[in-house]
Each structure stands twice: as C-alpha cells, then as structure tokens.
Design a protein around this ligand. Sequence first.
Ligand SMILES: Nc1ncnc2c1ncn2[C@@H]1O[C@H](COP(=O)(O)OP(=O)(O)O)[C@@H](O)[C@H]1O
Ligand SMILES: [Mg+2]
Length: 253
Amino acid sequence: MPNISIQVQDLKKSYKDLNVLKGVNFSVERGSIFALLGSNGAGKTTVVKILTTLLKHDSGTATVNGFDVALKPDHVRQSLSLTGQFAAVDEMLTGQENLIMIARLRHLKNPRQVADDLLTRFGLTEAARRRASTYSGGMRRRLDLAMSLVGTPPILFLDEPTTGLDPEARIEVWKVVKELANSGITVFLTTQYLDEAEQLADHIAILHEGKIIASGTLQELKKLFPPAKVEYVEKQLTLEEIFLAIIGKKENQ
Ligand SMILES: Nc1ncnc2c1ncn2[C@@H]1O[C@H](COP(=O)(O)OP(=O)(O)O)[C@@H](O)[C@H]1O
Ligand SMILES: [Mg+2]
C-alpha cells in the first residue's frame, strides 16, 4: 500500500494487569495529519512508543513506512522523528548550536547550512544566536520541532505537541504543523484537546477504553450525529459535542 504511511492492526498492550490497548486498528495516509484523540491515560503515549520502537507490544501488528516495528525496528527508526511533550532542547546552547549538534549527530554533510535553513523556516533567525533558555515556550517548541526535522524524516510523531503552551504559542505550533504537512510529511499527533484535532487533523481517531471507538474526517464524525435543528438554523456540532456523545453512548451500552 504505497499511500499508507502507518498501519496498525489489532494492537494489544498491557502493563501487568492493566490492559491499556485492547485491539487498536487504524491506518494513516501518507502526507496527512492524523490525530489520535483521547483523555489523559487513554493510552496515546503507549501507541506512540510502540510505533517509534521504544516499547514492545504484546500482539497485533504495526507497520511504519512499510516496515514492521517488531521485525525492522532500525528501518522504522530511520523513517521517523519523535517530538515529545517535553522538549529535547539544550537550554545552555543557542538555537543554532542546538540544530548544528543534531545535524552532526545525524552525520549530515553541511550542519551549519542545515541549521540555518531550519532557523529560517521556523522564524528563528533573529533568535538564532541567543541561548535557548531565553526563548518563550512557543519559540522553544518551534526549535524542538525544527530539531526533529533535521535530516527530513518522512514521518513526524508529535506526542501532545501543545500541552502546557499558552494559547498564542499553541497557534504558532499549529501553523508550523500545517506547513509541515503541506510539504508532504506525514504527521501523527496525539492530543487531548478537541479543538486541536479539529484545527489540524485530516483524520481523527478517538481512543477510549483501549479501543478506537470512532474514526474519520471531522465531516464524517459529524455525520454520525445529525445536526440538531434549532428553529430554522442548523446547528453545527463541535468535535467536543461529538466526542462527548460518542463516549456517553459507549458508557450507556
Ligand atoms: N510503564 C508503565 N507501567 C505501568 N503503567 C503504565 C506505564 N506507562 C503507562 N502506564 C499506564 O497506562 C495508561 C496509559 O498511559 P499513556 O499511554 O501514557 O496514556 P496517555 O498518553 O493517553 O495519557 C495509564 O493508566 C498509565 O498510568
Ligand atoms: Mg501521553
């Protein structure tokens, strides 16, 4: 399947007695933004860790960029980059030094050029020679994103990219993520924010109690619930209302 970037089938994972993933299925199209949406503790980071080879699953299959995560972990790792909730930025170094360091670690040919191109792309040229400790939360997250793109991996994993950011910085990160997807990179992001999924994602999958309980484009998810008619005006459901309705429905079963 050349246009499928990530494929997950019947994925299961327990931590001792705690069944976190109870048979998870989804696929992610190449070049799209896919949001795995779920509350705190739903198992989002567990999925990300399995897909990025940091954690072994119990059963089921997962392929990333056509490589099975259990059988070809090295190929999988070369296909991706991971940015976590906690930035990997070295505060003592400048933005430019941080990027050059990663470019050197990845054995790229012209580390300085790579760094400068990314600084430009992420609007950090002016701050390039300042220590990262002086950066705002949004600038730091942008630097972190830039660092994860050194060497241009085809798939980018973002585990709660805007958790802990103020509203302005969140919007900055959203803009960067959209630009990345426009440049052809596949973005797999997790979020507990409905508005984030609504803003960014081409495809949304809701992880709840160990399973994907709903999945589709925002429009498809909206179709699960016919709009409520308020007099003559059709009320558009927000993702939040859809999410609560789906979960409510599940819990009442
Ligand atoms: N290494 C671990 N050992 C035991 N339990 C864990 C471990 N990692 C996560 N958990 C538990 O598994 C559940 C899912 O965690 P996680 O995948 O981090 O969820 P999310 O990222 O959606 O918040 C939580 O109940 C969490 O406490
Ligand atoms: Mg998490």
